[in-house]
Design a protein around this ligand. Structure first.
Ligand code: GCB
Length: 579
C-alpha cells in the first residue's frame, strides 16, 4: 500500500535529478528518491498468455528497487548497467487498472559499492547540526543520480531468445562468425540464423543453435581512419520457433556483427592483424541540466566532434556508457576501451571479499551487455585503484582472470597512476595504461620537465613489463577565455603547451611500444565542489557546451596528421558532400 506524499515533482526520464530544479537540497541529496508513473499497455499484452512482458531499466544510479502495481519485482545494485524484470503476471492480476511502475533509487555509496564511497557523520554539535553527514568519494566527477537511461516495456513470446554470443575471425578472404544462441522458455526449439550484408543479401546461414558461419569475400569491420569504409556491419538475424501444447512461438532478433580480430603483442595493438594506434579521448556522460541522462542530441554532437577531431577511439571513463553510444561506435568505427565503474578504489577495506564479489558480478553484467560490439576492443576493470596496496595483487589477479574467462577474445587492463615499481596488478594486464599529469599535479608550472619525466615513465614501465603502453590520461585545466603568454596554469596557452610537450615524447615512443594517447578530457565536466575545481573540471579541450578551446585545434591537427600517416581516410574525406 502506498501513500501519496505531499511533495511530488515532475522529473524527466532519462536524466539526473540533481540539476532539474532550483532546490539545493535536491542537487546534493543523498538517499532514497521515488519515481512513479502509470502506463496503459496494449490489451493483447494482458489477454495473450503466450506473451512475456518485460520491464527494462537502462540504468539507475545507484541502488534500485522496482515495484509494479505495488508488488516488488526486482532490486539492482550498480549505476551504469541495465536490469530487467518480467511483469506479465502482475498486469494480468488487475487488467482493468493502468500499470503503476514505481522505482526507488538510492545514490549512497559505501566501501563495497562500485564506485566506492563512505558516509561520514559529523558529531561535533558545536559545528554541525544533529545528524549532519557527508558522502565522501575518491573520484573526480559529480555523483549524479536518478534514472539515467530509458525505461522500456517490451514483449517477447513465452519461448524467447535469451542471449546471443558472437566471436569473429577471418582467414585470407573468408570471415568466420562463431555464434551461439541461448533459448529460454521452450523444451525444444528450432533456431535459424542468417547473416546478411548491408545490401540485405544472405551471405551465410545455418539451422543450428551454435556453429561457425563462413563469409566469402568478407568485408571486415575497420576503425574510423584505418579504412575507406569503416564500421562495416553485417546483420545476424536469429529466428526461433518453438511449439507447446497451446501455441507456436516465433522470436526474431537482428544483431549487428562486425567481423574483426584483436591481438596484442609485446609492443603493438593489432586490429585485423594491422597495428592500431589509439589517438583518442576520454569522455564522461555529463552535460548541463540532464547530468548523466542519455541525451541523443548530445551523443550525436559528440560523435561529430570526435570525427572532426580525427579521433579514432575513446575510453568509457569511468563507468559503462549507454548501449546506444556503443551502437554508434560500431557504426562509425570508433574504437572503445570499455571501463567498469571501478573508480576510486583507494581504501584498503574496498579490496575485501564483499567488494571483489560485487566487482566480479559487475564484470559479468558488463561483458554480457557489451561482448558483441566490434567497437569494444579492450576491457578496463578499474581506474587508478590503490594498486600499490598488497591486497591489490590478489584482487586484480582474480578480477582479470575472471574477465578473461568471460571473454577470452579481448585484452584486459586497468588504468594505473601508481609507480611502476610498486604496482601490484600490472603483471596481470595485457596492456599497460598509465595516467600522468606532469607539470600539473607534479611540479605545477614546470612545463620544461615534461619530456624528461615522461621519458622516464615510459622507459620504466616498458623496461619492467615489456608490454605495450597507452598514455590513458594526460592534460591540464584551461578556463576558456583565460590567456597568458608566457603560458601559466589554467590558461588556454598552458593547456596547449602541456599537450605539445606530451606529443613530442609520444612521437619518439610510438614507433617503439607506445600504442596510444587519450587526452583528459574531451569536454569540461561537473565535479563535487572543492578548492581545486572552478565549477567542475576544466581539462576539456571542449567546454561543457562543446565549444572548442585552443587545444582542440592543436589536437585536431595532430590527429589528422597521425591518420594520414598511419591510416586510410574514409571516402567522404576525399569527396566531401557539398553543404
Ligand atoms: C585522474 C582521474 C580523472 C580526473 C583527472 C583530473 O587521474 O583518472 O578522473 O578527473 O585525473 O583531472 O584530476
Amino acid at each position: 500500500m502506498f501513500c501519496q506524499t505531499d511533495h511530488v515533482i515532475d522529473m524527466p526520464v532519462p536524466a539526473s535529478y540533481n540539476d532539474i530544479t532550483q532546490d539545493p537540497t535536491l542537487r546534493d541529496f543523498i538517499g532514497w528518491v521515488w519515481y512513479e508513473r502509470e502506463v496503459t499497455v496494449p490489451a493483447r499484452w494482458i489477454t495473450d498468455e503466450g506473451i512475456r512482458v518485460v520491464l527494462r531499466v537502462g540504468s539507475a544510479h545507484y541502488y534500485s528497487v522496482v515495484w509494479v502495481n505495488g508488488v516488488k519485482v526486482t532490486e539492482h545494485e550498480g549505476g551504469h548497467l541495465p536490469f530487467e524484470a518480467e511483469i506479465g503476471t502482475l498486469l494480468r492480476k488487475e487488467p482493468t487498472i493502468p500499470c503503476r511502475i514505481t522505482i526507488a533509487v538510492n545514490n549512497t555509496l559505501t566501501l563495497h559499492t562500485l564506485p566506492p564511497g563512505s558516509i561520514q557523520y559529523m558529531n561535533d554539535s558545536t559545528r554541525y547540526p544533529d545528524g549532519f553527514f557527508v558522502q565522501n568519494t575518491n573520484f573526480d566527477f559529480y555523483n549524479y543520480a536518478g534514472i539515467h537511461r530509458p525505461v522500456l516495456l517490451y514483449t517477447t513470446p513465452k519461448a524467447y531468445l535469451d542471449d546471443i554470443t558472437v566471436v569473429t575471425d577471418f582467414k585470407d578472404n573468408t570471415g568466420l562468425v562463431r555464434y551461439s544462441v541461448s533459448v529460454q522458455g521452450a523444451a525444444s526449439a528450432t533456431v535459424k540464423v542468417t547473416l546478411m550484408d548491408t545490401g540485405g543479401h544472405c551471405v551465410a546461414s545455418s539451422n543450428e543453435p551454435s556453429g561457425v558461419l563462413k563469409v566469402a569475400d568478407v568485408n571486415l569491420w575497420w576503425p574510423y581512419l584505418m579504412h575507406e569504409n569503416p564500421g562495416y556491419l553485417y546483420s545476424l538475424e536469429v529466428r526461433l520457433m518453438a511449439t507447446d501444447e497451446r501455441s507456436t512461438y516465433e522470436d526474431v532478433y537482428a544483431l549487428p556483427v562486425g567481423i574483426r580480430t584483436v591481438n596484442v603483442t609485446s609492443n603493438q595493438f593489432l586490429i585485423n592483424n594491422k597495428p592500431f594506434y589509439f589517438h583518442g579521448v576520454n569522455k564522461h556522460e555529463d552535460a548541463d541540466i540532464r547530468g548523466k541522462g542519455l541525451d541523443w542530441p548530445l551523443v550525436v554532437k559528440d560523435f561529430n566532434l570526435i570525427k572532426w577531431l580525427g579521433a579514432n577511439s575513446f575510453r568509457t571513463s569511468h563507468y559503462p556508457y549507454a548501449e546506444e553510444i556503443l551502437q554508434m561506435c560500431d557504426r562509425h568505427g570508433i574504437v572503445v576501451i570499455d571501463e567498469s565503474p571501478g573508480v576510486g578504489i583507494k581504501d584498503i577495506r574496498s579490496f575485501g571479499n564483499a567488494s571483489l564479489t560485487h566487482h566480479l558480478a559487475v564484470m559479468d553484467e558488463l561483458v554480457r551487455r557489451d561482448k558483441n560490439h566490434p567497437s569494444v576492443v579492450m576491457w578496463s576493470v578499474a581506474n587508478e585503484p590503490a594498486s600499490e596496496m598488497p591486497p591489490a595483487e590478489n584482487y586484480f589477479k582474480t578480477l582479470i582472470l575472471h574477465t578473461k574467462a568471460l571473454d577470452p577474445t579481448r585484452p584486459v587492463t586497468y588504468i594505473t597512476d601508481s609507480n611502476y615499481a610498486r604496482d601490484k596488478g600490472a603483471p596481470f594486464v595485457d596492456v599497460i595504461c598509465v595516467n600522468s599529469y606532469f607539470s600539473w599535479y607534479h611540479d605545477p608550472g614546470h612545463l620544461e620537465l615534461i619530456s624528461l619525466q615522461l621519458n622516464t615513465q615510459f622507459e620504466d614501465w616498458y623496461g619492467k613489463y615489456k608490454k605495450p603502453i597507452i598514455q590513458s590520461e594526460y592534460g591540464a585545466d584551461a578556463v576558456p577565455g583565460i590567456h597568458n603568454d608566457p603560458p601559466v596554469m589554467f590558461t588556454e596557452e598552458y593547456q596547449k603547451v602541456v599537450l605539445q610537450n606530451y606529443h613530442n615524447m609520444f612521437d619518439q615512443k610510438r614507433k617503439k611500444y607506445v600504442i596510444g594517447e587519450l587526452i583528459w578530457n574531451f569536454a569540461d565536466f561537473m565535479t563535487t565542489q572543492g578548492i581545486t575545481r572552478v565549477v567542475g573540471n576544466k581539462k576539456g579541450i571542449f567546454t561543457r557546451q562543446r565549444q572548442p578551446k585552443a587545444a582542440a585545434f592543436l589536437l585536431k591537427e595532430r590527429y589528422w596528421k597521425l591518420a594520414n600517416e598511419t591510416g586510410t581516410l574514409p571516402l567522404w574525406t576525399k569527396y566531401p558532400c557539398p553543404l
